[in-house]
Design a protein around this ligand. Structure first.
Ligand SMILES: [Mg+2]
Length: 138
């Protein structure tokens, strides 16, 4: 399964305790080291500023280094869905979904692959981790 990861509202700028966010990120890179991709405005059109974005958070530096090593870049122009490989099952963790992106997901019959993060919910990172663990068991 491919994992697509947003940064703002998912890994930084969130109400969840940094320990919970770190646990989520760590779980992802340990379990999906070869199939995790950035899907964020910090990485597109040929540039990858994800590491700087993450260093500008409270996440442990060591974890940021590891994540930057393991997680692969994607490229998209306008819609994040341009960066998704629809031939493979995936989970896309993002705090947003534009109507136009929703339409693309619906066309590919995979709206349920979008996991909506709520950055204002202090339990957000915990809930996302629990959902990923459930998926792993299926
Ligand atoms: Mg976001």
């Amino acid at each position: 399964m491919n994992i697509y990861l947003d940064i703002d509202g998912v890994l930084r700028g969130v109400a969840s305790p940094v320990e919970d966010v770190a646990e989520l990120l760590n779980y992802i890179i340990i379990n999906y080291p070869d199939t995790t991709y950035w899907l964020t405005t910090h990485c597109r059109q040929g540039y990858n500023h994800t590491k700087n974005a993450l260093l500008d958070s409270e996440l442990p530096r060591e974890l940021v280094e590891k994540a930057s090593e393991v997680i692969k870049p994607t490229d998209f122009g306008v819609l994040k869905t341009e960066g998704i490989d629809f031939t493979k099952p995936f989970i896309w963790l993002d705090d947003n979904l534009f109507e136009s992106e929703q339409k693309v997901l619906e066309e590919h019959n995979c709206l349920s692959s979008h996991y909506l993060m709520n950055p204002r919910d202090p339990e957000m990172a915990k809930k996302a981790l629990a959902s990923l663990k459930t998926l792993k068991e299926v």
